[in-house]
Design a protein around this ligand. Structure first.
Ligand code: ADP
Ligand code: NA
Length: 327
């Protein structure tokens, strides 16, 4: 077994899509078996940085909890919890924000992009990466699985650990990124973009509760190109290559194996094979999500227990922080 503590968070966006599953959740499941201590947080404080609906948020938190469990997160091995129920996150975030300069945040790419889209963002959106740093440091986490788009935010967490340690004495380990090695899953309608929940085109995204018919239809309509043979070259053939990536990941084989299974098939026939692989992998997950959704009390109980365990770890660390700061 590896040493250290893993922390990761996911926003309660409802049911995850295939990109979330392959880019993050599948890896989360394997990490819970490799590390002695693992925390996975449904980061609801992060999800109110943009306009939101309370009833929807409540549903989304439970849907995400159900999804994590259905994907294989084991609450005996991993502490799965709701961020807002551990008030230490907000308190540590405040303390860390007092050690963070404005220019440091202003230069982070996600702020630049999101604030431009919205014309102006909230203060919470601006300090979002500081809250992420607090999430990680609160548990003295050593390893953080992240996508490439989050690397700069993890660098901030790393810097804030160092700045805190220099100001108040050694407390936090400097957390390391565990970069996911899988290819990004692309939009089925525009393979130059990543598959994303914010894509308004429903045909572009497969969510893990999509019905077999919906999955088959979306893959049948996936944008490819005018070459009928199946090859893997993400640069020149992003659409077909995305299907190969999905096929390989869902059937748990290498890209080379997926391409060799496609030998002799045109892209139309290959799409059927890919759809079958996706349906086969997602069907038990979808059924389990449906089962869990119908037992809200059980979901709440699992979360409550995770929240309690997270608070037990967070409280002594924050007590130490407060004392060092002079409170
Ligand atoms: P979205 O882009 O849909 O808003 P998030 O940014 O909330 O998704 O990402 C949650 C997690 O899923 C992150 O770890 C991110 O790296 C991963 N992820 C999101 N989209 C993809 C994708 N298309 N391919 C692979 N991983 C993805
Ligand atoms: Na995103």
């Amino acid at each position: 077994k590896a040493c250290g503590r893993v922390f990761s968070g996911i926003q309660p966006t409802g049911v995850p899509h295939l990109g979330n599953y392959l880019g993050a959740l599948e890896n989360w499941v394997s990490l819970q078996n490799q590390y002695p201590s693992v925390l996975y947080s449904i980061v609801d404080l992060h999800s109110i940085t943009q306009p939101q609906d309370p009833a929807q948020l409540r549903t989304n938190i439970l849907d995400m909890a159900a999804s994590l469990l259905a994907c294989g997160i084991d609450p005996e091995r991993a502490i799965m919890f709701q961020q807002s129920k551990v008030s230490e996150h907000a308190e540590l975030s405040w303390i860390l924000s007092c050690l963070t300069s404005m220019p440091r945040l202003r230069h982070l790419p996600q702020w630049k992009m999101k604030s431009k889209q919205k014309h102006e963002g909230s203060v919470g959106l601006f300090t979002y990466p500081v809250l992420q740093a607090a999430d990680i440091l609160l548990y003295k986490s050593t390893h953080v699985p992240v996508g490439e788009d989050q690397v700069q935010h993890l660098e901030l967490a790393h810097d804030l650990a160092r700045i805190f340690n220099n100001s108040y004495g050694d407390l936090f380990p400097e957390p390391q990124a565990l970069l996911s090695s899988t290819q990004k899953v692309k939009s089925l309608r525009d393979p130059s973009a990543k598959m994303s929940k914010s894509d308004p085109q429903t045909m572009a995204t497969i969510t893990i509760t999509d019905s077999p018919d919906a999955i088959a239809l979306k893959i049948r309509r996936a944008v490819t190109d005018f070459t009928s043979e199946v090859t893997f070259d993400p640069r020149t053939r992003p659409g077909v290559s995305n299907l190969v990536t999905i096929h390989a990941a869902m059937a748990m084989m290498s890209v080379e194996e997926a391409v060799s299974q496609a030998r002799g098939l045109d892209t139309g026939a290959y799409k059927k094979l890919v759809a079958e692989a996706v349906i086969q992998k997602l069907t038990p997950i979808r059924e389990e999500i449906e089962r869990l959704r119908s037992d809200r009390a059980h979901l709440e109980e699992v979360l409550d227990r995770g929240n309690r365990r997270a608070r037990e770890l967070a409280a002594p660390v924050l007590r130490d922080v407060r004392q060092r700061v002079g409170f």
